[in-house]
Design a protein around this ligand. Structure first.
Ligand code: ACM
Length: 669
């Protein structure tokens, strides 16, 4: 290699490194496909003007208005009403109907003199505007957008969030604020779980007993649904309705017992879990009913898909019916799976008549079903791959069950198509994406946002960004910023915690509760249900409900401990000591609150454990400072105390117990 080539290679390497360092410091989520940082920046002034080049689009006009509003809100700039310049150009070719095959790509070019956002479709513009807003930066003097070239498009076309509005009804404003949050991270499907054993949540004009007798008065009217669909459409989000049949149908049977496999009076379910109530697939009148029902719903919901549920039919009632046994024999239906497929095929005909496609849970997969249905895999990836291999479209929800209070990185690394999975290119294409599922057994309108966000933003990135974007610590770094930015959309995931703590503290100073709650998280998976029987009437206002899954402080403390153990750095040691003193002393102040608020009594042992293990860790550090090592009996006692502190109390886990344990047991001289 001659010198010039070596020098220019060196030059390119430096350029590449600078570019990638700069790209990785941008706080974008989901991460775009290609980012080329440039020199310079576009300074935001009150002269900022936006020119739109493209067909009339209510979506783009609203997005422009909201962009300026959010930008003004963050910067305090009073933008001129009629600026001379048009420093932002929005260019697109056409408006489109929402569907799973829409073009959402865009390019964004920012330099000193202006910004150009280009897309083929108005939906691409919406996605690009969210990226632009995330790029807002500031120094001591100015707000600005860094100069950058971005090319971006989604990896998967179906990026959804399911909200169960049955177990706990969610008023329209809850859905709207979550739609705005979804749009901010480029999600595009809101799946509404509208009927189940505990309620029927939508007005039905043809069969009004459904909403009148089986909702406790909590249901959406047609007018509300139309307004919601318009609201979501303006933000580029489809609404897919789910009517779970033939199981999970107690509410239908409360209203119309004749639909049941065992016709008798039914009562609303108030508890959770899989119930026996099921429709009668052998009854012609059931299909007549469903025909008129779906005709009404197909008209109301414009999306090409209707979700028919189909999950968890336990067969108990089918088994106890002689009529059903006789029918199965006559029609050569060997088992209940075949009987359900028979039912699904009839429902499919009804949907097809109404120009709708079917989506349902894993259990609807059956060789008799046509290949244009979508299978939503909730039981495991093997069901996802099985569906794709057998020629079906499919989306992943297993691993995205956000009701289970699992940590963000668990969901983030749950890739629908991980590296090395054996699928042909055609099979890969049939995996359309995924949906986070917000089942609402133990969430209320007050807590739902904190169960959805910010973890769902990481799922949104998994479904939008290239599979190679999977650096967990960088995800957490960006998430910390994005989650706070999202508050401007009205979601209550952060601010409701203080409100709940004020109520728990009987309106006294909540500082001790705040210090405590940052160290704990609700127990994961189905552990809360194991600890007591929850019903639809149970209070969701306790400390466990105010606590959030995967809170940031224990993670940060853990990394502080790891850094300290590997470097022995004094500054880190001091920070650790400050936390330990805070936690040790917090118990006394918290006890004062507990004494005036009986609902807090249940956390007393946990707060005491936190205090005790913090004191132990401080003792361990001071032993080290004295140049000594602890007595083996001291270590044994510490281990027993730590084991106790790791056990859940009041459905809460003390997340800082593990890093404290690591600190105590790993300090060496
Ligand atoms: C489900 O979780 N039963 C779909």
């Amino acid at each position: 290699m001659d010198r010039i080539r070596i020098v220019s290679l060196f030059f390119f390497i430096v350029l590449f490194l600078t570019a990638s360092i700069k790209a990785s410091s941008l706080n974008l989520m989901p991460m775009p496909v290609k980012i080329k940082p440039q020199d310079g920046r576009f300074i935001i002034s009150r002269e900022l003007g936006i020119e739109i080049q493209g067909p009339y689009s209510p979506r783009v006009l609203l997005a422009k208005r909201r962009f300026l509003h959010r930008l003004a809100g963050r910067t305090g700039i009073f933008f001129k009403l009629n600026p001379e310049s048009t420093s932002i150009k929005i260019v697109y070719k056409k408006n489109i109907k929402l569907s799973p095959i829409m073009d959402e790509s865009y390019t964004l070019l920012i330099n000193q003199s202006g910004i150009i956002l280009k897309a083929n479709t108005d939906i691409g513009i919406l996605r690009g505007i969210e990226t632009l807003l995330q790029l807002l930066s500031s120094d001591g003097k100015h707000y600005y957008f860094p100069a950058v070239e971005i090319t971006d498009y989604p990896r998967f076309p179906w990026r959804g969030l399911l909200i169960d509005v049955v177990r706990h009804f969610m008023p329209i404003e809850v859905l709207k604020r979550n739609i705005d949050a979804m749009a901010a991270v480029k999600m595009n499907v809101l799946h509404l779980h509208l009927s189940d054993d505990q309620g029927f949540r939508i007005e039905c004009k043809i069969y009004p007993r459904l909403h009148l007798f089986a909702s406790d008065g909590d249901y959406y009217t047609h007018e509300q649904i139309k307004d919601l669909i318009r609201y979501a459409d303006l933000r580029g989000i489809r609404i897919v309705p789910e009517f779970d049949i033939p199981g999970h149908t107690t509410s239908w049977l409360v209203a119309y017992p004749s639909l049941a496999a065992i016709p008798r009076p039914y009562k609303m379910e108030r508890t959770y879990g899989v119930k026996n109530s099921v429709m009668d697939p052998t009854n012609k009148l059931v299909y007549k009913f469903l025909e008129r029902f779906f005709k009404e719903m197909a008209k109301l919901f414009p999306d090409p898909y209707i979700h028919i549920g189909g999950d968890e039919v336990n067969g108990v009632q089918w088994k106890s019916s002689k009529k059903i046994a006789k029918f199965m024999k006559k029609h050569h239906l060997k088992d209940f799976h075949q009987l359900q497929a028979y039912f699904n095929l009839k429902v499919l005909k009804i949907l097809e008549k109404n120009h709708k496609k079917m989506i349902g849970w894993d259990e609807i997969l059956h060789p008799d079903m046509p290949k244009d249905i979508v299978i939503q895999s909730w039981r495991g990836k093997k069901f996802l791959y099985n569906a794709a291999k057998r020629g079906y479209y499919t989306i992943l929800s297993n691993g995205y069950y956000i009701d289970l209070a699992q940590p963000t990185d668990f969901h983030y690394l749950n890739d629908p198509i991980p590296e090395g999975v054996e699928l042909s290119p055609e099979e890969r294409k049939r995996i359309l994406g995924g949906e986070a599922t917000m089942w609402s057994e133990i969430v209320s309108p007050e807590t739902i946002d904190s169960r959805i966000w910010p973890r769902t933003a990481a799922i949104a990135e998994r479904l939008w960004s290239p599979g190679t974007v999977k650096d967990v610590s960088d995800m957490y770094r960006r998430l910390k910023i994005i989650t706070q930015q999202m508050e401007e959309l009205g979601i209550t995931h952060i601010k409701n915690q203080d409100m709940m703590l004020r109520r728990l503290a009987r309106y006294r100073d909540i500082t001790p509760l705040k210090i405590f709650i940052q160290t704990v998280a609700p127990v994961q998976n189905y552990e809360r249900h194991k600890s007591r029987t929850y019903t639809v009437f149970s209070p969701l206002t306790r400390v466990v409900d105010a606590a959030v899954p995967d809170p940031p402080l224990p993670r940060e403390f853990e990394s502080m401990v790891a850094d300290y153990l590997s470097t022995g750095d004094r500054a880190i040691e001091n920070r650790i000591i400050n936390y330990l003193i805070l936690w040790k002393d917090n118990h006394n102040s918290l006890k004062e609150l507990i004494e005036i608020s009986p609902v807090l009594k249940e956390i007393e042992p946990l707060s005491e454990n936190l205090s005790i293990i913090s004191a132990l860790a401080l003792e361990r550090i001071s032993i080290k400072e004295r140049g000594q090592t602890p007595d083996p009996r001291w270590i044994e006692r510490a281990k027993r105390t730590l084991e106790k502190a790791k056990k859940p109390v009041a459905e809460l886990e003390l997340l800082v117990a593990e890093p404290i344990e690591k600190l105590i047991l790993s300090i060496t001289q």
